[in-house]
Design a protein around this ligand. Structure first.
Ligand code: AKB
Length: 341
């Protein structure tokens, strides 16, 4: 008998930390965690098995297919937007070929199990690309099917993988003898910038939000790489995890789309500074925009429209801007760095 498990790739990343902790506490979920890095000690108790390895390693994935009955895949592994611009081809390999490998694994599992496998895929606001700042400022809340002209390799990768997911779910081998039998239940979220009290992202372009907060909490100065008026949608990690789990749990027949926007609040870098300074009055933040990273932020929407998620599967964030900082970020971050002193 193969063991029934949930596979989480990129388990040691930011979302991985939040999701592993949440799912790992539930007794009926056995997690097989995969990451190219060693898994943080604190996450070990949450997983049934940790495999250190590469999503580009087909032999390794083949072994997982033959060892486990994988019911759900949370495919979180990816190279974020800023890092991807330094080595676009490597990013393409990890972000696209890696996703293709996981979709193939899901097909093999579904065929063997004779039932569908859920494939939960976090995409990003990076899938959007507004041509210039003035257009961004006039765009209002951007819906899922608008402005899909990304300007970054990461954004192109995410958008293409959304299409791959749709292909595998609906059209896989459509001319083959067994056409129409794909059992991949592909479900995708487009995340805004994410902020966690416990971990820092690495290699992203929305990182100025979390970086400013974490620097301030440690009493360190922060040189912000975007203008004070740079505006993006954000969400705190508990809401990101909630959205992944809620989308997973939604009845298939309620889902009118494969890809959903989710968001909580939109803020400028200056708003974040103002809120952070309320709790850490000695914080020193300077704004020295990096023109190239700023241009990426200027191509991402200030606000996204998540009405479809609200209508189809009852999405609602638990934390608005005020609650995010007052109830989740500030108290937890104070604790975190106090205990590190
Ligand atoms: C990044 O900045 O690359 C990510 C994202 C917006 O998906 N945080």
């Amino acid at each position: 008998m193969r063991k029934e498990v949930v596979l989480i790739t990129g388990a040691n990343g930011e979302i991985g930390h939040g999701l592993m902790e949440y799912l790992g506490k539930s007794e009926d979920v056995q997690i097989v965690a995969l990451d190219i890095q060693e898994l943080d000690e604190e996450l070990r108790p949450y997983c049934y098995r940790f495999v250190q390895g590469d999503i580009l390693d087909n032999m390794l994935l083949g072994r997982l297919v033959s060892e486990y009955e994988i019911r759900t895949i949370y495919h979180l592994a990816s190279i974020l937007s800023t890092r991807a611009e330094y080595n676009p081809e490597a990013a393409h390999r990890v972000n696209v070929e890696g996703t293709l490998n996981l979709l193939k694994l899901a097909v093999e599992q579904a065929e063997w199990q004779g039932r569908s496998v859920k494939f939960i895929y976090p995409s990003s606001i990076a899938a959007y690309g507004l041509p210039y700042l003035e257009r961004k400022n006039r765009a209002g809340k951007v819906k899922e099917d608008e402005w899909l002209t990304p300007q970054t390799m990461y954004g192109c990768n995410k958008l293409y993988c959304e299409h791959l997911g749709r292909y595998y779910a609906r059209y896989y081998k459509q001319l083959g003898a067994d056409s129409g039998t794909s059992k991949i239940d592909f479900r995708c979220l487009r995340f805004p910038g994410l902020i966690s009290a416990f971990t820092l992202p690495s290699g992203g372009t929305s990182d100025f939000g979390p970086e400013m907060l974490h620097q301030a909490a440690q009493g360190l100065p922060y040189n912000c790489f975007v203008r004070a008026d740079a505006c993006l949608p954000f969400m705190v990690m508990p809401d990101a995890v909630k959205s992944l789990v809620d989308l997973w749990a939604a009845p298939r027949e309620n889902l009118n789309r494969l890809v959903y926007n989710v968001t909580s609040f939109s803020v400028t870098a200056e708003d974040i500074y103002t809120i952070v300074a309320r709790s850490f009055p000695d914080v020193v933040v300077t704004f020295e925009p990096d023109a190239r990273r700023q241009k990426i932020v200027d191509s991402w929407p200030s606000e996204i429209d998540d009405q479809a998620a609200r209508d189809d599967w009852g999405w609602e964030p638990d934390y608005d801007l005020e609650q995010a900082f007052e109830e989740y970020l500030i108290p937890n971050i104070k604790d975190r760095y106090r205990s590190k002193k």
